[in-house]
Ligand binder design. Structure first.
Ligand code: ASP
Length: 503
């Protein structure tokens, strides 16, 4: 996967984003998408009164034909009229003349999924969607092999014993703290609220499922692992995969050479496909961004940019708070001075920042943690597992992002829904590979767990680079923190046993 984590990849993605935004802007100016089925237009009449006009396809009346429900002191339906695809202003005038009033001004009050596009935008749409589908295609294999190989790299069930349990407790525990910090801030700041008016129509069909705690617990165990895989049931997939991995460790590598060989091979195969797909990322992202920009109604862009800015601010603040929490735990539990930790870990954090990849940072993390005095028997398994599974920053990001979408779609998740977001965010973070933007790929799972559409996900690609830099650094510092804690908890084991246990 070496080719995708270099600096040039980041630059190419950045270039893709810029070009996509530029192309989208040009298309928006030259070929704006017209009125869409599902749009609600707000018409202001010459006398200043306002009328909401909900445009819906009139399938029996032929292509492009729409029926319009007007709401002004009582509902009225007019049409069919040939409105679909027309510029908003033209459509508004013809609605006005059909209803018997003069339209002074008009705007799109809410828009669902864009279905009718001019052909250049349609081509970009198909290219972008192909890329998105490729990413989705990789989600299940990625989760399965990265979790399986992470655990199998422990080497033996003995290693999974005391040290493994301690490490797992602190890794999962700190991920939940990260999610909690994210959830508190996203509920306080409400970055998605400003988009509610625009986006609510799109989420209409997918109301959030209300889950009881009992149902949540039951969902962990899949009755049919193949069904869990087919339905992208990430919790079920993880449960089954972890079970398989532990059984593999229990039986031992000697008796399972074929199984180990198979999964190691699969790991390489999936890694290679991911690397290929990632090569397409600059193009795919450019197409996605261009389509997103080109299909906006210009009056929509302001609120989107404002909300995305607020979202980035929420993520940044939450990550900073969590980093402080990590330093506090370091001092209280691991008894390591935060100043020393920052000095020693500086190169690893900077590498994480630059590469956006916990995996790529791993060799540097190992060196830094050695400098901190952590013995090999501890970092030898905590760091490789951590680079794959322990992602505080990613878990936090997943939760904030999904809540952002819930707020924008006007879906009230309630406390049960937010609990589900917390669990699936941790699961999705564990399932994300330690490579750039992996968190965005597995976010589809959290979204589908709470019944939200993934249609607006491409928007986040536009601002993912700086957010990924920060969350990857927090992921890496979490791995080092776990090493320090496990070392402190096992200080009775003494350094002289280091080499015995290392293998
Ligand atoms: N880039 C992150 C990492 O490598 C994963 C992610 O959140 O996208 O740790």
């Amino acid at each position: 996967m070496a080719g995708l984590i270099d600096q040039r990849f980041g630059l190419r993605v950045l270039l893709g984003i810029l070009l996509g935004a530029l192309l989208g802007g040009v298309l928006l100016a030259a070929l704006p998408v017209g009125v869409q089925p599902g749009d609600t237009l707000e018409l202001t009449a010459a006398d200043g009164s306002r009328v909401q006009a909900k445009v819906d396809q009139a399938p029996d009346a032929g292509p492009g034909m729409a029926k319009v429900s007007l709401s002004a002191g009582g509902a009225e339906t007019i049409g069919p009229l040939p409105l679909l695809g027309l510029p908003v202003r033209e459509a508004a005038v013809s609605i006005g003349s059909a209803a018997g009033f003069d339209v002074a001004s008009s705007r799109v009050a809410s828009r669902g999924e864009v279905k009718i596009r001019p052909w250049p935008t349609e081509i970009l749409h198909v290219v972008g969607q192909l890329f998105l589908r490729l990413l989705r295609m990789l989600v299940v294999p990625l989760i399965v092999v990265s979790v399986l190989m992470g655990i199998a790299s422990l080497g033996s069930i003995k290693a999974l014993g005391r040290l493994g349990m301690q490490a797992a407790f602190w890794m999962v525990g700190t991920m939940f703290v990260a999610v909690a910090i994210g959830l508190v801030l996203v509920n306080l700041i409400q970055p998605g609220k400003g988009l509610r008016e625009q986006w609510a129509a799109e989420a209409g069909a997918s109301a959030a499922p209300q889950q009881t705690v009992g149902e949540l617990i039951l969902r962990v165990v899949p009755t049919n692992p193949i069904e869990a895989l087919a339905n992208l049931d990430v919790v079920g997939i993880l449960f089954f995969t972890i079970f398989v991995a532990v059984a593999m460790l229990h039986i031992g590598r000697e008796r399972l050479t074929t199984v180990y060989g198979f999964f190691e091979g699969l790991n390489e195969v999936v890694g290679t496909i991911v690397a290929w797909v990632m090569r397409l990322a600059p193009l795919g992202i450019a197409a996605l961004i261009a389509t997103t920009v080109a299909t906006q109604d210009p009056s929509f862009l302001g609120p989107i940019l404002r909300s995305l800015g607020l979202f980035a601010l929420t993520v940044t603040l939450a990550l900073a708070l969590h980093f402080l929490f990590q330093l506090a735990i370091l001092l209280w539990v691991a008894k390591v001075s935060p100043v020393r930790f920052l000095q020693m870990m500086g190169p690893a954090l900077a590498t994480a920042f630059g590469t956006n990849s916990s995996n790529a940072t791993l060799p540097v993390t190992v060196r830094c943690v050695e400098e901190l005095g952590v013995p090999r028997r501890i970092y030898g398994f905590v760091l490789p597992v951590g680079a794959t599974l322990n992602m505080d920053g990613t878990a936090l990001f997943e939760a904030v992002a999904v809540m952002f979408f819930a707020q924008a779609f006007g879906a009230d998740l309630g406390s049960g829904g937010q609990l589900l977001v917390a669990f699936t965010s941790v699961a999705a973070a564990m399932g994300a590979a330690g490579i750039p933007s992996a968190g965005l790929v597995t976010m589809v799972l959290v979204l589908s767990a709470v019944g939200l559409p993934a249609t607006k996900l491409p928007l986040l690609w536009a601002i993912d680079r700086p957010l990924d830099m920060m969350r990857t650094a927090v992921n890496v510092s979490g791995d080092a923190l776990t090493c320090c804690i496990v070392q402190r908890l096992n200080r009775d084991l003494g350094p002289e046993r280091d080499e015995d246990d290392a293998g």
